[in-house]
Design a protein around this ligand. Structure first.
Ligand code: ATP
Ligand code: MG
Length: 452
């Protein structure tokens, strides 16, 4: 008996006896044969329980089994060209570990999305969700591996932060130490604003500013963690809690930054094509468009993009930021990812370095994914001059006292530097060709729900 057997390794065990521990996700019966579809976390396989081959009590157990019951089953692996899995198990013995209640709430019928989201804790078991979360895990590793090989050090940015790094409208405030004594100035620390007796923090909306501090110690750094934005937009692209990878590099200029983003995205797509074929197949993902993701990506400035959009029928006005619909229009038109560069300063954060030739333009970029997906990366070169940065703070109406530490970075050995943020779920929605970003994270949080 081989108790360590996993379904994914079936090909190595043909004509051998194995023991599978897993769940029955479907049962069919044709009198003297019962077909059990089984999964064990590593894969899926069909088992036949034949009345003539097993003791009566084992056949009785198979008969009693309900969908989603957990079982331990012993049998022989057979090659089975007619099966979508290529193999099947001929059962010899079977025990029910836990008989599932009939009926499983999300049995294989068509269900509305709200219903499925309410049952997310069980929905995770379906093959599509299984495939998506496996690709998610693969991509998290691939991102880490890629950056480490490129000489980036992982730095963990804080999740509780004292102030916003881009505007305050999308922040989640949390009481910081809720038991703080009311109005007792003796206990209020010196770093707190004097008018604030009850301190509160904000959940991080980006780790970038902290990474900028770390580059002077480690040169190239990244973080990867949960990010929070109280987005009121009801789009298919926004979660309130998502995972972002921020990377920041000293001595990297804007042109080098674009090249690096391109290299990373191409690497990730290749990694998924090389390692997640089975999962992409479960998702019925046409891989041809992904195979076309090769450098160089297209590049348009914001101004050129506006011209292109107007040609494509958008009613976008000069000086306006692109909406989701504009991104969809562009990315249905272009086959490859697109860099949009040099956005006007009016809709980019204060820390972007400005274009030498055109002061009102920033050295910023968005990277838009093909097949209609839109922005997956936002990046740019950062302002490294103390006086200019101070001026930008004031123009943006920010309190420079809140950012004293960030300004310090420009006083002590400032260097040209650039960085970018990649949204993991946006990347996955594109790779898996999902209708909505909410399937790209195990337990999605959106403006509409944060349960289960
Ligand atoms: P958008 O304009 O689409 O709201 P953004 O400009 O606010 O995006 P950035 O601040 O540049 O985005 O964040 C970097 C990356 O984080 C984005 O390119 C995207 O991949 C991801 N991201 C941003 N907001 C969200 C969100 N609410 N849900 C999921 N991913 C997000
Ligand atoms: Mg946003």
């Amino acid at each position: 008996m081989n108790t360590e057997f996993l379904i994914k390794d079936a090909k190595n065990f043909v004509n051998q006896n194995v023991t599978v521990r897993g769940w029955v996700f479907n049962k069919r019966s044709s009198g003297s044969i019962i077909f059990l579809q089984i999964r064990d976390g590593s894969g899926f396989i069909q088992t036949t329980v034949s009345k003539k081959d097993v003791p009566a009590e084992v056949f009785g157990q198979a008969h009693e089994i309900t969908d989603e019951s957990s079982i331990v089953l012993t049998g022989t692996i057979k090659a089975e060209p007619r099966s979508p899995y290529g193999f099947e198990i001929q059962a010899k013995d079977l025990k029910i570990i836990s008989l599932a209640q009939a009926e499983f709430p999300i049995a294989a019928k068509e269900h509305g999305i709200d219903f499925l989201l309410s049952w997310r804790h069980l929905w995770l078991r379906s093959p599509r969700q299984w495939a998506i979360l496996r690709i998610r895990s693969r991509m998290m590793n691939a991102i880490n591996d890629f950056l480490q090989k490129e000489g980036y050090l992982r730095i963990d940015s804080p999740i509780l932060t004292p102030s916003a790094c881009e505007g305050t409208t999308t922040l989640f405030p949390v009481p910081y130490l809720p038991a703080w004594p009311d109005g007792d100035n003796q206990t209020v620390p010196s770093w707190l604003n004097p008018d604030q007796t009850k301190p509160y923090a904000f959940l991080s909306q980006s780790g970038q500013l902290y990474l900028e501090a770390a580059i002077a110690a480690h040169r190239k750094v990244y973080d990867f963690g949960p990010t929070f934005r109280a987005e009121k937009s009801k789009t298919k692209r926004h979660l309130t809690e998502f995972w972002m990878m921020d990377a920041e590099a000293a001595f990297m200029d804007f042109e080098e930054l674009l090249g690096f983003e391109e290299k990373m995205i191409c690497h990730l797509i290749q990694d998924v094509l090389d390692n997640c074929r089975a999962e992409l197949q479960v998702l019925e993902r046409d891989v041809k468009p992904l195979e076309k993701i090769q450098p160089p990506f297209l590049r348009l400035t914001y101004e050129e993009t506006l011209k292109k959009l107007k040609e494509l029928g958008s009613d976008i006005q000069d000086g306006e930021d692109l909406g989701n619909d504009d991104e969809t229009t562009l990315m249905t038109h272009f086959e490859k990812p697109l860099f949009i560069t040099r956005f006007p300063s009016a809709f980019k954060a204060f820390y972007f370095k400005r274009d030498k030739e055109k002061e009102n333009l920033t050295l910023s970029n968005d990277l838009l994914a093909s097949e209609g997906y839109g922005e997956i990366v936002g990046g740019g070169q950062r302002e490294d001059d103390y006086e200019i940065l101070l001026k930008r703070f004031r123009e943006a109406g920010l309190n420079e006292n809140d950012y004293g530490w960030y300004l310090d970075l420009r006083k002590y050995g400032s260097v040209p530097h650039s960085g970018f943020g990649l949204g993991l779920e946006r990347l996955l929605a594109w790779i898996c060709k999902l209708e909505h970003i909410r399937e790209a994270i195990p337990f999605p949080r959106t403006i509409y729900r944060f349960t289960p």
